[in-house]
Design a binder for this molecule. Structure first.
Ligand code: C2E
Ligand code: CA
Ligand code: CA
Ligand code: CA
Length: 278
């Protein structure tokens, strides 16, 4: 009825105001957190599914409180950073920090470090110059850096995306498409994208051992990737059954709590030491 519609509009508006207030709160706190250097990068290992070795990881932003618990999850504060423009200084800090860490590891136990890029960051005029500055600062770092971009980001302006991706590739960095399968990219674009890897979204991995259709979907994505000469990573792998299912369909890399949660740089070093001892 009309009345219900009226109520739902009212509810919708007050809900929106709530969301808006929460955004403002996070934005204010985030601005301070960036200035006070309160954000940290964690690293989650990716395992080679053939031999069980770990040579790569993904960097993930963490905003922790004094007790070391998340103050906000990236799922909450990344969108705020995007909307407010804070993602530009934040994203720059992420790139600098991850490059420095990759450069450090390179001298001990080389580790390819994947870095998440947000839409606004990818489209920003200073993004390619920033990558070039980091490349100059750490000569020879290219094989140790991988950049992750989401499928939906690329589809906003395909020709512009392709030229930025090509510039990244020309600099020598690897590129992967994140959350593959959740976006709306058409398969015909996929072969135009100068990418190296597809990351299969956790939502498909989650149900693949008890849902035949999800298993088929993952298998199809992997076959598609192989036929396009792309590597594959499955994210969100939590169980031994999922690991076995993914190994049987030749998914190259495995990422998820089964291997490890994301860890601070220090914990990551300890994890690696015990991984290769045990
Ligand atoms: P994403 O890039 O898809 O990252 C994977 C997310 O899955 C991470 O959540 C990770 O902690 C979580 N995860 C990994 N393994 C498992 C598992 O086995 N089970 C479950 N349930 N979850 C798992 P996180 O760290 O909360 O990050 C969420 C999202 O925030 C990321 O999704 C990414 O889109 C964004 N994000 C994180 N760090 C950055 C960053 O430095 N820059 C940008 N632009 N975005 C970031
Ligand atoms: Ca990612
Ligand atoms: Ca992902
Ligand atoms: Ca995901």
């Amino acid at each position: 009825s009309r009345r219900e519609e009226g109520n739902s509009v009212h509810f919708y508006n007050s809900q929106l105001q709530g969301i808006h207030a929460q955004h403002l709160k996070i934005e204010t706190e985030l601005r301070q957190a960036i200035n006070n250097n309160e954000l940290e990068l964690f690293y989650q290992p990716k395992m080679d599914s053939h031999n069980g070795e770990i040579h790569s990881c993904e960097s993930l932003l963490r905003w922790l409180n004094d007790e070391g618990r998340p103050r906000y999850s990236p799922v909450e504060f990344i969108p705020v950073a995007e909307q407010s423009g804070l993602i530009i200084p934040l994203g720059e800090w992420v790139l600098e920090t991850a490059f420095a860490q990759a450069n450090h590891w390179r001298q001990h136990q080389p580790m390819v470090t994947a870095i998440n890029l947000s839409q606004r960051q990818f489209q920003h005029h200073d993004f390619l110059p920033l990558l070039q500055r980091l490349k100059d600062k750490y000569p020879g770092i290219e094989p140790f850096i991988e950049l992750e971009i989401t499928e939906s980001l690329l589809m906003q302006d395909v020709s512009c995306s392709i030229s930025t991706m090509q510039a990244i590739k020309d600099m020598g960095f690897a590129l992967s498409i994140d959350d593959f399968g959740t976006g709306y990219s058409s398969l015909s674009y996929l072969k135009e994208f100068p990418i190296d890897k597809l990351k299969i979204d956790r939502s498909f991995v989650m149900d693949m051992t008890n849902n035949k259709e999800d298993q088929m979907l993952v298998e199809t994505i992997i076959q598609l990737a192989h036929s396009l000469g792309l590597a594959t990573v499955a994210e969100g792998v939590e169980t031994q059954d999922q690991l076995q299912a993914l190994q049987s369909i030749h998914c190259a890399e495995i990422q998820g709590y089964l291997i490890s949660r994301p860890l601070s740089a220090q914990d990551y070093a300890e994890f690696m030491a015990s991984y290769y001892q045990g």
